[in-house]
Design a protein around this ligand. Structure first.
Ligand SMILES: Cc1cc2nc3c(=O)[nH]c(=O)nc-3n(C[C@H](O)[C@H](O)[C@H](O)COP(=O)(O)OP(=O)(O)OC[C@H]3O[C@@H](n4cnc5c(N)ncnc54)[C@H](O)[C@@H]3O)c2cc1C
Length: 430
């Protein structure tokens, strides 16, 4: 197992996909000293909120909310042994989150210390979202909401899809000291529409920051915390957040905005930085069209000039579900388009969706995906691992509904870690 600066003839690992699961796989594998080729772009990450869920809801039908994600994991192991998270032990999951958040921290995106608990984060809809890993810029909001301290929420005139007044209207009944105010964004007084990414970039300048702080100070009153839409800086959110906090003299927190969001951009940038810094070679424009397996895997690439093939000792499929294009919903059947792996799915199209769109139990189609062994090697039609060095991680896996179970990052990070640990064992043994 070698990590080289030049391209090896045969990579230790080829990672197909660059969403949360693909990035986690590339990161963990490179940290183990493996040579890693990653194929695909990180489009899906742009929609992420920056919050790293582990597992908060189980069972879905009763929407039971768990204070500890590790208690929830124990319950899922007991109740749904086929759930992907049932195959990730606590130590592996902890190691995955520690590696992931410390790599993000080193890339300038710090997370609050992980403490084995789920936290409630105020959203732009005025709801409380349970999650595990909270970006440091959002952390003070968790305490402010839990203790219901007098709090000022701010927004900027013209910023789309974020209304501090609407949040107060939704949650104010149970949070009496919560108030809202709207201010002009310095330098954008003449603009009727503002975009979060532009504001975030602008707040990286001292001048814009100081003018914004000067507008907020007279509004503070009795507020013991101040909440902003998540626009406090793009590449250096830690610096911008700290500057606001120091100048206002009270805890400051960001509220995640609707996708595509600044926290999603930050997450994508930080992950790209982290994997490249660890020597991962990335083919951003390529996509894998097919593969042949023998002693090594040979992947055929599309989207690269002239076409190309690459070889690897292990392959990790992290191509996501329907939006990632890891699964394709046809007229009657759901298929896996790259390798033609069998997809576990409802017996007929009629049962993909429940008749009730808001059915608390969710929809069968959202549990479709690949079946695997305990280390996430996908099965072929005979029910055996398709190839010893082929793994599937993240939302392409069957038996989970990450959106409803609030376990998106948990599935991505936990399964990536198990797969990489197994690859290290297998390659070490060669
Ligand atoms: C709206 C939204 C909100 C979210 N909010 C949260 C949240 O609050 N907390 C949380 O923990 N997570 C959140 N997430 C992230 C979520 O955890 C992950 O998106 C989810 O786990 C899926 O990740 P994935 O990597 O499995 O798949 P995807 O993100 O779908 O990534 C699949 C990747 O594979 C690539 N790909 C597909 N086919 C090929 C091919 N043939 N060759 C090469 N590349 C290919 C795609 O381009 C894409 O990069 C959110 C995601 C979305 C979309």
């Amino acid at each position: 197992m070698t990590q080289t600066q030049t391209e090896p003839k045969v990579w230790d690992v080829a990672v197909v996909g660059a969403g949360m699961a693909g990035m986690a796989t590339a990161l963990f594998a490179a940290e183990q000293g493996l040579s890693v080729l990653q194929i695909g772009n990180g489009g899906g990450l742009l929609f992420a909120s920056g919050l790293l869920d582990l597992l908060a809801v189980h069972p879905i039908a009763s929407r039971r909310l768990w204070g500890s994600p590790f208690d929830a994991l124990a319950a899922i192991r007991r109740d749904q042994p086929d759930h992907p998270l049932a195959r990730v032990d606590d130590a592996t999951m902890r190691a995955a989150y520690e590696s992931f958040t410390s790599a993000l921290g080193a890339a300038g995106l710090a997370y609050a210390p992980l403490d084995d608990r789920n936290h409630l984060v105020l959203t732009s809809l005025g709801t409380a979202k349970p999650t595990y890993g909270v970006p440091r810029t959002m952390a003070a909001g968790v305490a402010a909401m839990a203790e219901r301290v007098p709090c000022l929420l701010l927004d900027f005139r013209g910023l789309r899809e974020f209304s501090a007044r609407q949040i107060v209207a939704t949650v104010g009944d149970t949070w009496p000291g919560l108030r809202s105010a709207r201010i002009e964004f310095p330098g954008a007084e003449a603009s009727s529409e503002l975009y979060a990414a532009h504001l975030a970039r602008a707040l990286e300048s001292h001048e814009t920051r100081d003018k914004t702080i000067a507008l907020v100070k007279p509004l503070l009153g009795d507020a013991r915390a101040v909440g902003f839409p998540a626009v406090l800086g793009l590449g250096c959110s830690g610096v911008v957040h700290a500057a606001f906090q120091a100048a206002l003299g009270v805890p400051v927190f960001e509220i995640p905005t609707m996708p595509t969001s600044v926290p999603g951009l930050r997450l994508m940038d930080a992950l790209e930085h982290a994997v490249v810094a660890r020597g991962v070679h990335r083919l951003l424009r390529g996509n894998v069209t097919s593969a042949a397996f023998d002693d090594t895997a040979v992947l055929s690439l599309g989207g690269v000039p002239g076409g190309e093939t690459v070889s690897a000792r292990a392959v990790v499929l992290a191509t996501g579900r329907f939006t990632g294009r890891g699964l394709v919903a046809g007229q009657q059947r759901i298929t896996e388009p790259v390798l033609g792996l069998p997809v576990q799915q409802p017996a007929s199209r009629e049962t993909w969706h429940s008749r009730d769109f808001l059915d608390p139990a969710g929809h069968e189609v959202n549990r479709a995906g690949l079946r695997t062994d305990s280390v996430f090697r996908p099965f072929d039609a005979t029910g055996r691992p398709a190839w010893p060095g082929l793994f599937a991680v993240g939302s392409i896996l069957a038996g989970q509904d990450w959106m409803r179970e609030k376990c998106g990052a948990g599935i991505a990070l936990g399964t990536a870690r198990v797969a990489v640990d197994q690859i290290v064992r297998q390659l070490g043994a060669r």
